[in-house]
Every structure is written in structure tokens, then in C-alpha cells.
Write a protein that binds this ligand. Structure first.
Ligand SMILES: Cc1ncc(COP(=O)(O)O)c(C=O)c1O
Length: 380
């Protein structure tokens, strides 16, 4: 379907195209190459973290970090069900069990109290997400992890640049992952990264990402034998992709500023509609609006009707997220039957509206007017 206003548009410029073209034109280094290290250096500088390892997706980054920590058979990892399915699948990739904890209503992140209730002798890690650009209560989760001697792995796929009291998400846990998939704040089409302050984890991630091969030299430009020292995958980000990542990173602060300005305009216009709740952040939380998600107070019927009405007007919306424990795979194949009341209720109320840096004032007016018209005329 072609939408008048899609859910997202990629923010790109000639530098993106030039960086990619330059690698292609070189006729060399399309797989590995110096852009990968350069992109990783940009990520570490931006976040104030020691090490970054790029991956070919956020999902492979999640897989690799759990495998690197030796999480496996018999272990449990606490995750939200209110997330993209990859967060929950990652423990399954390594033979561990995802255990769902409920979310809280302020940030839609993991509820630290419920997380504490879900801890057992098998729990190895807590893996919260920062939903749609909003930090979760990561400091509180940090305390839970410390109290129980658990790993804290931030799934910051959606939230590069988000902050709590000036500290960027991704810098709180033992490690964190980011995604650079197309709808994300900066994108390489597909891509991901793990960040950590541990040199040991960093070294092991590099092995995991490239066949378990020890690579003191570039594999494709050395004739030396490089030893295979452990089990590994091909999870590498290509040098072409990393070139795009470097160009995208140049714009990250501008992109975030534009998203925040657009979200502010959207909220100002929607604030007069009593039937909905707008995204809001606790004091000291810096939301970067990778998504702009409203809550339709009445619930699923009205939310779905609003979504259908906006679709008629050419405005794309989407439910982020239908809970993972309701999917066919988790419910019927894995037999999950969970008591997650906040997740269940909120997933029936949330609706993500279009949000991207180049969204114009005219488009914002069109979206917000149509939401208002729906509640004025279709509400009776
Ligand atoms: C919270 C969350 N975790 C993990 C992922 C997976 O990232 P990717 O699509 O890059 O594999 C996503 C991406 O949609 C996500 O939103």
C-alpha cells in the first residue's frame, strides 16, 4: 500500500550515497575494511563506552552477546513481552529460556518490581528494552541486577541517543545492543552493534562475529593462515554498510533534534483530545522519539477503529507491540501462558503514529486534525 504519510522515512543525504559509492568504486574491501573500525570508533565516542562491535543486525548482536556470556541450556533471561520478538528469541537461540516480566506505564519498559519477582536460581541476565526512544527505569533495574548478581544487557535497539540525567542508554548495563535497521534513528538498512566496557567481552564478540577466527590481520588481504579458536558465525557488518553508518552518524544529533521538535509539535496539537494519552517522559529522561506512540484510553476496539480511520486518510499507523507471549509461536508452540496485566492492557491501547525527521508541519497538522476529527465525529 502506498501511504500519504508512511510510519517512517529515512533521513539521508548525498554524503550517505557518496560514502557507499566510494567503497563500491574502489572495487575492494566490500566485506571487511577500515570503515567497520571507523564506525565502531564513532559509536564508542558518542556513547562514552570503551568498545563497540558492529553486527549485520540487532538480532545477531543479541544472539552474540548472550552466547559470549556463556548463557545457555538451563539458564533464564528476564525480558519484556512488550517488545519486538527478537529480544525474546535471543535466549532461545542459545538454548536458554526467556522469562517474561511485566512493564510499567510511565516508559513502557520493564517494571523493576515485577522483574525482581521473576528472578529464580536459574536467572542469569535481565534484558530490558528502551521502548521507541524512551529510556526505561534503567537505574532501578541496575540495582535489581546488582542485588541479585545478574548481568544487565540493555536492548537499546530503538533508542540511540536517549538519556537518563545526561547519561546515554547503552552505557548502564554490562553490555548493550543497538539496531540500525531502516526505521531506526540512524540506519544502515540492516545492521547492529554491541557495546561494552569489558575488553574480554569485546575480544570474544569479535571471534563470535566472524567464524570464531582469530584475526590479527584482515582475512581477505592476508595469505597467512588465521586460526579458528571457537564456534562462531558470519554476523559481520560489511565495509559498504559501515560506510553508510559513518555518514548517518554525522547527522545523529540533528536527527534527534528534528524528531524531538516534531514530537513536541505533535503533542501540542494532540493535547486537547481527552480520549488519548500522549508519550511523556519522567523528569531527567531524554526521549528521542524513534516512535511516537499514543494510548487510546478506551481500549482495543476504539484503537483499531482509529487506526482504520487514519488508514482511510492515507496515514499509516501500527501497533507496537503486540505482546510476544500472544504470538502463535510462543503461545501454541512453546506453550507460554503468562500473567502480564499491564502488557496485556497496554498492547490493546497503544498506537504508533508517523514520526520521522522530515515530517512537515503540514503533515503534522493533517495527522493531528484527523485524529481530532475521529474522536469528534466517529466517537458517538
Ligand atoms: C527492541 C528491539 N530489539 C531488537 C531488534 C532487532 O533488531 P534488528 O531488526 O536490527 O535485527 C529490534 C528491531 O526491530 C527492536 O526493536
Amino acid at each position: 500500500m502506498s501511504w500519504n504519510i508512511p510510519l517512517f522515512k529515512i533521513f539521508w543525504d548525498e554524503q550517505d550515497a557518496e560514502n557507499v559509492t566510494e567503497v563500491i568504486r574502489s572495487g575492494m574491501n566490500w566485506a571487511t575494511g577500515p570503515n567497520v573500525q571507523e564506525f565502531e570508533a564513532r559509536i564508542t565516542q558518542y556513547l562514552g563506552i570503551e568498545y563497540a562491535v558492529t553486527f549485520n543486525s540487532g538480532t545477531s548482536a543479541l544472539h552474540a552477546i548472550l552466547a559470549t556470556y556463556g548463557i545457555g541450556e538451563g539458564d533464564e533471561v528476564i525480558v519484556p513481552s512488550f517488545t519486538f520478538i527478537a529480544t525474546a528469541n535471543a535466549p532461545l537461540f542459545v538454548g536458554a529460556k526467556p522469562v517474561f516480566a511485566d512493564i510499567e506505564e510511565k516508559t513502557y519498559g520493564l517494571d523493576p518490581e515485577d522483574v525482581e519477582k521473576k528472578i529464580t536460581s536459574k536467572t542469569k541476565a535481565i534484558m530490558p528494552i528502551h521502548y521507541g526512544g524512551s529510556p526505561c527505569f534503567i537505574r532501578e533495574l541496575e540495582q535489581v541486577a546488582e542485588r541479585h548478581n545478574l548481568l544487565l544487557i540493555e536492548d537499546a535497539a530503538e533508542s540511540i541517543g536517549a538519556q537518563v540525567d545526561g547519561k546515554k542508554v547503552g552505557s548502564f548495563g554490562d553490555a548493550a545492543i543497538f539496531s540500525f535497521c531502516a526505521p531506526k534513528v540512524i540506519t544502515t538498512g540492516e545492521g547492529g552493534a554491541v557495546v561494552t566496557n569489558s575488553k574480554e567481552v569485546y575480544e570474544n564478540l569479535k571471534l563470535m562475529r566472524s567464524h570464531g577466527r582469530f584475526e590479527p590481520a584482515d582475512y581477505f588481504s592476508t595469505s597467512e593462515y588465521l586460526e579458528y579458536v571457537t564456534l562462531g558465525y558470519n554476523f559481520r557488518m560489511s565495509n559498504i554498510t559501515a560506510a553508510l553508518g559513518i555518514a548517518q552518524f554525522e547527522k545523529v544529533d540533528r536527527i534527534i533534534e528534528m524528531r524531538r521538535r516534531n514530537a513536541e509539535m505533535m503533542s501540542a496539537k494532540l493535547s486537547k483530545i481527552p480520549e488519548i494519552e500522549l508519550p511523556h517522559s519522567p523528569d531527567g529522561f531524554f526521549h528521542i522519539y524513534q516512535m511516537y506512540t499514543i494510548k487510546v484510553k478506551e481500549g482495543q476496539g476504539k484503537r483499531d477503529a482509529l487506526s482504520a480511520y487514519l488508514a482511510e486518510k492515507g496515514i499509516m499507523t501500527k501497533v507496537y507491540f503486540p505482546p510476544v507471549h500472544f504470538t502463535h509461536f510462543y503461545k501454541n508452540k512453546l506453550g507460554y501462558n503468562c500473567d502480564l496485566p499491564v502488557t496485556d492492557r497496554l498492547s490493546g491501547q497503544v498506537l504508533t503514529l508517523p514520526m520521522y525527521p522530515s515530517l512537515t508541519e503540514e503533515e503534522i497538522n493533517y495527522i493531528t486534525d484527523e485524529v481530532a476529527i475521529f474522536f469528534l465525529h466517529r466517537n458517538r
